[in-house]
Design a protein around this ligand. Structure first.
Ligand SMILES: Cc1cc2nc3c(=O)[nH]c(=O)nc-3n(C[C@H](O)[C@H](O)[C@H](O)COP(=O)(O)OP(=O)(O)OC[C@H]3O[C@@H](n4cnc5c(N)ncnc54)[C@H](O)[C@@H]3O)c2cc1C
Length: 862
């Protein structure tokens, strides 16, 4: 690190307005800390106003070897924005604009300094909803949320920040500005967006984010329930899952915390209870009472008392005001507190809480609990005096034991607060030397000179490189190679690397795989012997299965317990590994999220033979880089997926579709757009052509298919609204059915084609795009237009027709790709036709992990 002179700050100052750079030591004190315990003194704080300022500052800092620490509101709890190595702090307080609000497309582009609450209020005014809601949302920024992959009370049902970020604009460590992802879905590129979310400002500086939004549930009901013990409250959480219920939130507090809050703000919480739960249900008003009745029944069976349902929005707000004031209330009674943010699978909550109580008692520490129980995210708040060194030491020891306990229970050392400085020493609890080394290689790829937020996430002793090499095979691999274990696969891939053989991965040969024309003479690696369920925990809503297991086999096992993995494939043979590698998303992503949102963990073998495990069977895990994302949609080019852990859901209690004939494209587009506005529980909103249909639907060129699923009352309410909209547009033959869904039609299209293509667009651009390209994609071409995801699937007799569609898709910020070909070849033209701005990074990563270019060569990266 260099010490900057006044003259050097002068160079920085020329770029910024007068008050845009702070160097006064007193003013700098504010930037020494975040919400946690760590400290570090910056040399200066800069306040960029736009991306050009950021580029200039990054370049100047890079030239001087000056550490750069991005900062949002400084509410982080693991020292993420603490300048522990000194340097320049980049505060985003002046980059807080909404750059574009696309209401019909349910998307928004924001600058990183925008505060959560401001975003929330803005989108709610338009009937939309951004679910990640950290309790610090009154001041935390979107940049900080993205860097920490923030979660909150509603993440049990709706997921965390990464599930809502579709694209980023970032400044790399050398000052280059690039885009990852965008506003369409599933860009054909490595999922660097997913990797950057949760990377705590150590890989790049975020300057813009594209976020997806949902429709705001029209109704919500909240209740509080008291319990005689924390363990009993934990068991009630498991009971909801066992009954197939997914409340919008389940928050827990113990007696200590309730008392501390009540002393502070008198929110009316039950002070006599040993523990309390806040449970919330949302949906159409028609479904709220039935949902609440069920919730109350379960709570009563679990011994809950003092059940209070909020009868007005004021009462509801009062409950949440109490919950969100917890940290402030603690600050009043203790000079400091340590939040041991970790996760355990939900069913282990009660046991984990009892163990943590024992740990804290042993270290003579006061502890209180307030946490998102629905997702197994524990937040013991340990009170202490920072001036008492001996006590601080006890807090550290207790903290370490709590983390060890979480890891031993298959949880994570961080659910939502990240690793930062405070937890990097715990990373080896979760990861092997090889796993940490591969993360280190990611850091080197993005930031070779360790300029960005140095000293965070990775422990200092971690280095890149292969730690444990498989025993080298002397002879080359023969084809087919059918490993029966991960170890055998690793040895084989290492042997192939050593002899520069080309290896193509095959699941059960379903047609979603495209093999390049020069596949002859290569080794075929089949995952068929890597099949079967490894771990299944219905009570915790996860399953781990080997990659060669077919989705059909898996769903059969889950169905027996009323569960499913909300994924579909058109092909019976599709394996979990193949589905993940090709990131095949069906229209039902609008209801349940995309494949990347369902995958909690993977085991992979890198092309250099390293065997790695990332992710854990918990919804929240921000322990280091989200490496899982790299393997989803990478078409097997970065590694062989050997095991997959999936998030499960209760089977929907009702599923019903509305079908309607449509005479022309323009009317179909107008109807699809109108139905998009009202979708809350829709699992498909499609316009189809050239596919089968019930006889009574007549022979119109297009068929509208709208499916809703979930609580029966929600489904009925949504279909009634959809019917009214369709009838209002003058369509008379409306059919409601339980036997044909939108997803069935999508699957039929993909199954039936020699070649099918996928166009990805911003949902708001669908109509204009289709109107402009209709000659190439008229109603005679079998096709499915998915309004919610902005995707068009079409079966093409000649793949060359795709070319006519590609240019205008690219011009609109989308793409058009050949998604499958039964012929094994897609002709002479480029299958992808899309050069992401991340391409150089993709190539460098591929070269790092697969130096011989052996694994699936030419499948994704030329
Ligand atoms: C009372 C309280 C309650 C909390 N409750 C929750 C909760 O419910 N859920 C939860 O997830 N968290 C919670 N937190 C933690 C914290 O608020 C979140 O992590 C939040 O997302 C941090 O946002 P921030 O703007 O304060 O970021 P900061 O603390 O300023 O920074 C956090 C990280 O983001 C990086 N960063 C910031 N901006 C950028 C950028 N533009 N580009 C790259 N990196 C950037 C920083 O370098 C740092 O590593 C809570 C904290 C407090 C104090």
């Amino acid at each position: 690190m260099t010490t900057s002179t006044k003259a050097e700050w002068g160079t920085f100052k020329t770029r910024l307005p007068k008050d845009g750079l702070v160097t006064d030591p007193v003013a700098l004190i504010t930037y020494e800390v975040d919400g946690g315990l760590d400290r570090g003194t910056p040399q200066a704080v800069a306040f960029p106003q736009d991306v050009e300022d950021v580029v200039e500052l990054v370049r100047l800092a890079a030239e001087r070897g000056l550490p750069l620490v991005a900062r949002g509101a400084g509410t982080g709890l693991s020292g993420g924005s603490v300048p522990s190595h000194g340097g320049l702090v980049l505060s985003f307080a002046r980059m807080k604009e909404v750059l574009e609000f696309d209401e019909p497309g349910r998307a928004i582009i924001v600058q990183p300094g925008l505060v959560n609450l401001v975003l929330d209020e803005l989108v709610k005014r338009q009937g939309l909803y951004y679910p990640p809601d950290p309790a610090s949302g009154r001041s935390a920024t979107l940049g900080g949320n993205i860097a920490e992959n923030a979660g909150g009370p509603h993440c049990f049902k709706y997921g965390v920040t990464t599930n809502y970020v579709t694209g980023l604009q970032v400044v790399l460590a050398d000052g280059q500005v690039i885009r990852t992802g965008g506003r369409a879905f599933d860009y054909p590129e490595y999922d660097f967006t997913g990797l950057l979310v949760g990377s705590e400002g150590t890989l790049a500086v975020v300057t813009e984010a594209s976020l997806r939004l949902m429709r705001c549930p029209p109704g919500v009901k909240t209740l509080t329930a008291s319990f005689d013990s924390v363990e009993a409250a934990g068991e009630a959480v498991s009971a909801f899952i066992a009954q197939g219920l997914v409340p919008a939130t389940m928050e827990m507090m113990d007696r200590n915390m309730i008392g501390i809050i009540e002393d502070y703000i008198q929110a009316g919480l039950p002070t006599q209870a040993a523990a309390m739960l806040i449970v919330e249900a949302d949906g159409y008003p028609e479904s709220l009472d039935p949902q609440m009745e069920e919730i109350v029944d379960i709570l009563r069976q679990q011994g809950a008392g003092d059940l209070r349902v909020a009868t007005s929005s004021a009462e509801r707000e009062q409950i949440w005001y109490g919950r969100k004031s917890a940290f402030g209330a603690i600050s009043r009674i203790s000079p400091a507190y340590y939040v041991a943010d970790g996760t355990v699978p939900r069913s282990k909550l009660a046991e984990a809480l009892a163990d943590i109580n024992r740990i804290c008692a042993r270290y003579d520490l006061r502890v209180g609990y307030v946490f998102h129980a629905g997702d197994g995210n524990l937040h013991p708040l340990v009170l202490f005096d920072p001036n008492d060194e001996e006590m601080v030491e006890r807090v550290h020891q207790a903290g370490q034991e709590i983390m060890e306990l979480c890891v031993a229970q298959e949880g994570s050392i961080s659910g939502e607060h990240g690793i930062g400085v405070s937890k990097r020493g715990y990373m080896p609890l979760m990861y092997s030397a090889d796993e940490l080394a591969a993360m280190c290689e990611i850091k080197e790829l993005f930031d070779p000179n360790e300029l960005l937020n140095p000293g965070k996430i990775l422990p200092p002793e971690v280095t890149s490189g292969v730690e444990t090499q498989p025993a080298a095979e002397s002879s080359p691999l023969s084809s087919p190679f059918v490993p029966a274990s991960e170890e055998e696969a690793a040895e084989g891939l290492w042997a192939a690397q050593a002899s520069r053989q080309r290896v193509f991965i095959r699941g059960r040969g379903s047609q979603n795989v495209l093999v390049p024309p020069d596949g002859d003479g290569a080794v075929w690696l089949s995952t068929e012997k890597l099949s079967g369920v490894v771990a299944y925990a219905p009570e915790d809503l996860y399953v781990t299965a080997r990659a060669g297991t077919t989705l059909v086999e898996l769903q059969e096992i889950l169905r027996a317990d009323g569960l499913w993995a909300p994924l579909v494939s058109p092909w019976r043979e599709s394996t979990l590994g193949g589905l993940l590698a090709s990131n095949l998303n069906s229209p039902q992503r609008t209801r349940y999220g995309a494949m990347r949102d369902m995958v909690l963990g993977v085991r992979v073998v890198l092309p250099d033979g390293r065997r790695l495990r990332y992710g854990r069977p918990v919804v929240k895990n921000v322990a280091g880089y989200d490496m899982v994302k790299l393997f989803i949609g990478a078409y097997g080019t970065l590694g062989l997926i050997t095991e997959v852990t999936l998030r499960l859901m209760p089977l929907p209690r009702a599923r019903r579709s509305l079908l309607a004939p449509v005479s022309d494209l323009a009317s179909g587009l107008a109807l699809g757009g109108a139905l998009l506005d009202l979708s809350l529980v829709a699992s498909a909103n499609l316009l189809c052509a050239g596919l089968s249909r019930p006889a009574e639907m007549g022979a119109s060129p297009y068929l509208l298919a709208f499916t809703a699923e979930g609580h029966p009352q929600d489904v009925v309410a949504e279909l009634a609204a959809a019917r009214e909209a369709v009838a209002g547009a003058g369509v008379e033959e409306i059919l409601e059915t339980e036997t044909l869904t939108g997803v069935d039609l999508w699957a039929e299209l993909l199954r039936g084609g020699d070649v099918y293509m996928r166009v990805g667009l911003l949902p708001k651009d669908l109509a204009a795009y289709l109107e402009g390209t209709s000659p190439a994609l008229d109603g005679g071409v079998p096709q499915v237009i998915d309004f919610a995801s902005g995707q068009i699937y079409a079966r093409l007799a000649e793949p060359e027709r795709l070319l006519a569609l590609r240019d205008s898709a690219l011009a609109r910020g989308g793409y058009a790709v050949v998604a499958s070909s039964q012929r094994g070849s897609h002709g002479d033209f480029d299958r992808w036709g899309y050069a992401p701005e991340t391409l150089p990074l993709m190539r460098r990563l591929k070269a790092r992990w697969d130096p011989g270019g052996c694994l699936n060569p030419g499948v994704f990266l030329a």
